[in-house]
Design a binder for this molecule. Structure first.
Ligand code: ADP
Ligand code: MG
Length: 305
């Protein structure tokens, strides 16, 4: 049996009238990357900060390392690392000074040079925080979460607002932690991030977990199977493909199919009707579709709500 590092049962949190978290349960197992995915306002930060012992739940049971936070808060804090959402650090400290400073709060310490090397920050270690790019700041933030050599690391939206290349750099840093066997609780509203990094995913929507499991489980349970996408298809002739066909924002026509054998039938229908297209692509369903099927919205629409 793999030990559970976090065990949350029936967690709720109200802020006056706002029901931010409405009864969620999950476990995080030793050595895995567990990711909560959901739009802004879904309740991710509230859940994470309750697990970190920073906020108090309205009701529910939270255990870390088999212990209740209220009883062992000091001991538990020594064993966890935290990267808060939209954190800032001291502008005029260098990377190395920053890590040294945060390290000074803990009894347990990890060698700072080792952290710098793990996160691929050697070239930047004497640079001032204020001169770093967004992606580098986030990597320093991951480093701050490692100064006490924690067994469990919380990363709350570590790549929000970064460009794809900077995001990759942060992903590499997280992969390095994963390879070291750290348990990681990651929140994100980027589906690709959870797909790339997470062993298990919980999809949160309006304070509830609407689906959880490995990517494979989620896709087979809630994703449908394949998507056929045709580029350059005459969208005025979409009717011949049936009701399930739709046009996306780039004017591609897409159509869900359960079985790859249906693809040849689709193609012959298109040819019989003399409709032309430039190219065709068959994709396995991804987390985006799982999210759509479970919530009836895209994650961006969820953000706006
Ligand atoms: N300290 C707070 N006081 C009042 N409302 C809050 C507070 N923190 C979060 N909320 C509200 O709780 C809901 C969930 O927020 P949050 O946990 O930050 O979600 P997420 O991290 O998924 O964006 C939102 O409606 C938010 O406005
Ligand atoms: Mg948040």
């Amino acid at each position: 049996m793999v030990a559970s590092i976090i065990k949350v049962k029936d967690l709720t949190k109200n802020y006056d009238e706002t029901k931010a978290v409405r009864g969620i349960s999950f476990t995080v197992k030793k050595g895995e990357v567990f990711s909560m995915v959901g739009p802004n306002g879904a309740g991710k930060t509230t859940t994470v900060e309750i697990c970190e012992g920073i906020r108090k739940p309205t009701s529910g049971i939270i255990r870390l390392f088999g212990k209740e936070f209220s009883k062992r808060s000091k001991e538990i804090r020594e064993r966890i690392g935290v990267l808060p959402q939209e954190y800032r650090s001291f502008e005029r400290l260098t990377v190395k000074e920053t890590l040294k400073y945060y390290s000074s709060f803990y009894k347990r310490k990890r060698n700072i040079d080792e952290i710098i090397s793990l996160l691929d920050l050697e070239d930047k270690k004497d640079d001032l925080y204020m001169n770093l790019s967004g992606g580098l700041k986030q990597r320093v933030g991951v480093g701050m979460a490692l100064v006490n050599d924690p067994e469990l690391v919380f990363l709350d939206e570590p790549t929000t607002g970064l460009d794809p290349r900077a995001r990759r750099g942060v992903w590499n840093a997280i992969m390095s932690l994963k390879e070291e066997g750290k348990t990681i609780f990651l929140t994100t509203h980027y589906m690709e991030e959870a797909e790339y990094l997470a062993d298990r995913v919980a999809i949160v929507h309006k304070g509830r977990i609407v689906g959880q499991g490995s990517l494979r489980e989620l896709i087979s349970d809630h994703g449908g199977h394949y998507n056929v996408v045709m580029h350059g298809y005459d969208t005025s002739r979409i009717d011949i493909l049936g009701e399930e066909a739709s046009v996306d924002s780039e004017q591609n026509v897409s159509l869900p199919v359960n079985d790859p054998e249906e693809i040849s039938q689709i193609l012959s229908k298109v040819m019989q009707n003399g409709v032309k297209f430039e190219s065709i692509e068959v994709r396995r369903a991804n987390l985006e579709e799982v999210f759509m099927n479970l919530t009836g919205t895209t994650i961006e629409e969820g953000d706006a709500a």
